[in-house]
Design a protein around this ligand. Sequence first.
Ligand SMILES: NC(=O)c1ccc[n+]([C@@H]2O[C@H](COP(=O)([O-])OP(=O)(O)OC[C@H]3O[C@@H](n4cnc5c(N)ncnc54)[C@H](O)[C@@H]3O)[C@@H](O)[C@H]2O)c1
Length: 361
Amino acid sequence: MTATFEPRVVVVTGGAGFIGSNLVRWILHNVRDISVVNVDALTYAGTRASLTDVETEHGRDGSGRYFFRQLDVRDNDGVAQLLAGDTRDTLDGRSVPAPDAVLHLAAETHVDRSIASASAFVSTNVQGTMTLLDAVKVELDARPRDFRLINVSTDEVYGSLGEHDPAFSESHALRPNSPYSASKAGADCLVRAYVETHGLPCITTRSSNNYGPYQFPEKLIPYMIARALRDETLPIYGDGGNVRDWLHVEDHVEALWRVCTHGRIEDEVYNIGGRAERRNIDVARTILSVLEKPASRIEFVADRPGHDRRYALDGTRIRERLDWTPSRSFDEGLRETIRWYVDHQDWWQRALARSSHHAAF
Ligand SMILES: NC(=O)c1ccc[n+]([C@@H]2O[C@H](COP(=O)([O-])OP(=O)(O)OC[C@H]3O[C@@H](n4cnc5c(N)ncnc54)[C@H](O)[C@@H]3O)[C@@H](O)[C@H]2O)c1
């Protein structure tokens, strides 16, 4: 397919997080002559340690195509300066070029934390997205150019499916059940409103659950791997029958790039599914079996309030219009991911030490 948009400088917000760091690495490895500006507040979930190879290869002393700016997406002035190209890389003082695309991933992302306290979720996910939208509007009014804002969202905004329900299509109503998904749905609605009202060039993507390297070990798969490696029990909510559709993070970042370069603004939303529905209990059992630990480590605990039973995405739109389907097998991808966590214990132990929310360990 021929690209309809070829950005030269892209901002990735949340680029020090799980999907963001994989996206930054993928773009720099796969797209020639492009610069990437990683914009991240470095909360507990983000660390430059996920990109040390990228800093070496593409920072000032490498290809010079990678920039890092520590910035909160709620900082109006900082974001406005960033879009105007009037800012300095906090690492080495280089001038950061003005972008022609923003892939917006910065967010508070953990459902359990949103149940404990929702305010950071509304603040970063809703207010932060609005700050970015306002700044893009002001920037494009001042310096009109071909531009894209890709708003990275989640299947969780659609709510929960029953066992035999058809998968969610992009036109399904938004019925978020957790404060996290409600805040993401709020951001999605703002993006839609800025497209309709101000003609902003935005597209929203909604992906299913990601897994792969550099995921903070509070999320299901790395959490279970870390606990298994520590010979601890694997707590499973409810009866373990909740179903998630799993997408390898490298498939996701390829899809995001496809949407950025080939996506149509009039399509508004693209689902990005993994075509790999699995019950949580089966994921936990596989992790124990690959690590040669006894299945008796599984411990059923009281269910999460408002726990969505099943997610599944209809990926027809992105397949038919952008010629994209996921290519990695879940069973192989999960084994590779387990091996990655076995080989990178320093990375996840340090991640946990940064977090104030690891009482479960
Ligand atoms: N992980 C998944 O399975 C999944 C699935 C669908 C959609 N998403 C969406 O993809 C995006 C990335 O998810 P992830 O799993 O990589 O998350 P993550 O928690 O690993 O990373 C989030 C990043 O955002 C940064 N951040 C948080 N608040 C910020 C702020 N106010 N300003 C600037 N930076 C800030 C953090 O420092 C961190 O680096 C999120 O928008 C999430 O909702 C994730």
